[in-house]
Design a protein around this ligand. Structure first.
Ligand SMILES: Nc1ncnc2c1ncn2[C@@H]1O[C@H](COP(=O)(O)OP(=O)(O)OP(=O)(O)O)[C@@H](O)[C@H]1O
Ligand SMILES: [Mg+2]
Length: 290
C-alpha cells in the first residue's frame, strides 16, 4: 500500500504540469498511517486499507464527501478514537492516546463554556508548560489571541461569541501549545469569506515560518490548493455490483504550484485550473457519494 500510494503520487505529479519539484525537501515519514480501517458494522467498514505518510513540515489536506471517514481518521491520529485495523505512528512512536504533541481543531469548536477566551487558552498552555511564569503565560496567551484577531474579546466567554469567533479561539488554542503536528477538521468552515481569507493567510505564514506539520480536512478545493503540498482524495464506501466496497484513499495529488503562492495570484498560476479540475472531477464522478 505504501508503494501504491507513492506510485500514485509519482504518476499524478507526472501528469500535472512541471514545477512539482517546488515541494521542499523534508525528512520522510514523520507521520505514518498503515492500512487503517474503521468499521462500526463488521461487514461494512466505513473505510479500509488507508495508508499514507506525512513528512515533517509538510501540509496535507484531505478531501472527500460527507461520511467517507475524514473526521474518523483525524480522531484516530489525535488519539481520541481507535481504528478497527491498522496502525499510526508519529515520530517513530505508535499513537495510543491524546498528546500535547498534537494540536487539534475540531469540526465544531470544543471550548470550555465556563471559561473566558483567555482562560480557555491558558488552560491548554498550562497543561503544556506547567511551570511557565504567570507573566510569560499571559503574554503567550495574548499573542495567540491577537493572531486570530480576538484581542477585543479575550475576556469573553464562548456563549458571548459568534460561531466563527469560537472557531478562531479553537485555532488559537491549537497553535498556542506549539504542537509537533496540527490536526485541523474543517477549521474555517464556520467563518465568513473575509475572515476565512485572513486566517488562511495567517495560518500559511505561521506554518511556513515554524515548519509546522499539518493534516487538515477541508471541503473547499481552493483552500486545499492554496494551503496543501499534497491533497489526499478519499472515496466513500458504496454498494457495488458485487457487494459493498469500503471507502478509502483513492488518490494522492501533489500540488505543483510554487510554495510561495498567495490567495490573490492563485488563479493566475500555470497549472491551477488543471489541478482544480482534476479534484473537482474526482468529487463529481469518482468519489462515489451516496
Ligand atoms: N459512533 C458512530 N457510530 C456509528 N457510525 C458512526 C459513528 N461515528 C461516525 N459514524 C459513521 O462513520 C462515517 C464517517 O464519519 P466521519 O465523521 O468520519 O465522516 P466525515 O468524512 O468527517 O464527514 P463530514 O464531511 O460530514 O464531516 C459516517 O457514515 C458516520 O455516519
Ligand atoms: Mg467530518
Amino acid at each position: 500500500m505504501w508503494s501504491e500510494s507513492s506510485e500514485r503520487t509519482a504518476s499524478l505529479s507526472g501528469a500535472l504540469p512541471a514545477a512539482s519539484t517546488k515541494v521542499p525537501k523534508m525528512t520522510t515519514g514523520f507521520l505514518q498511517v498503515q492500512q487503517l480501517a474503521k468499521a462500526y458494522q463488521a461487514d461494512k467498514p466505513v473505510f479500509a486499507d488507508v495508508s499514507f505518510q506525512i513528512d515533517k513540515g509538510e501540509f496535507v489536506c484531505i478531501i472527500g464527501h460527507s461520511g467517507c471517514g475524514k473526521t474518523t481518521i483525524l480522531n484516530v491520529l489525535a488519539g481520541l478514537d481507535t481504528a478497527s485495523a491498522g496502525h499510526c505512528f508519529m515520530d517513530g512512536r505508535e499513537i495510543a492516546g491524546p498528546s500535547l504533541e498534537r494540536g487539534v481543531v475540531f469540526q465544531s469548536h470544543a471550548l470550555m463554556p465556563w471559561l473566558t477566551v483567555r482562560q480557555n487558552i491558558a488552560f491548554a498552555v498550562k497543561s503544556r508548560w506547567p511551570d511557565k511564569p504567570r507573566a510569560e503565560l499571559n503574554a503567550h496567551v495574548e499573542k495567540f489571541v491577537a493572531l486570530v484577531g480576538l484581542s477585543h474579546a479575550i475576556d469573553k466567554k464562548p456563549s458571548q461569541l459568534s460561531g466563527g469567533m469560537k472557531q478562531r479561539v479553537g485555532i488559537a488554542r491549537a497553535f498556542s501549545i506549539q504542537p509537533k503536528m496540527l490536526l485541523l477538521d474543517e477549521p474555517f468552515g464556520a467563518l465568513d469569506a473575509l475572515t476565512r481569507g485572513t486566517i488562511q493567510d495567517e495560518l500559511m505564514a505561521i506554518v511556513r515560518e515554524t515548519q509546522q506539520t499539518v493534516f487538515m480536512i477541508t471541503h473547499d478545493v481552493d483552500e486545499a490548493i492554496l494551503l496543501a503540498d499534497r491533497i489526499l482524495l478519499m472515496s466513500n464506501g458504496n454498494e457495488g455490483p458485487s457487494g459493498y466496497v469500503p471507502g478509502g484513499m483513492a488518490e494522492v495529488v501533489v500540488n505543483p504550484l510554487p510554495r510561495s503562492r498567495t490567495r490573490a495570484q492563485l488563479h493566475h498560476l500555470d497549472g491551477y485550473y488543471d489541478l482544480r479540475n482534476h479534484i473537482v472531477d474526482f468529487l463529481v464522478s469518482r468519489a462515489r457519494a451516496h
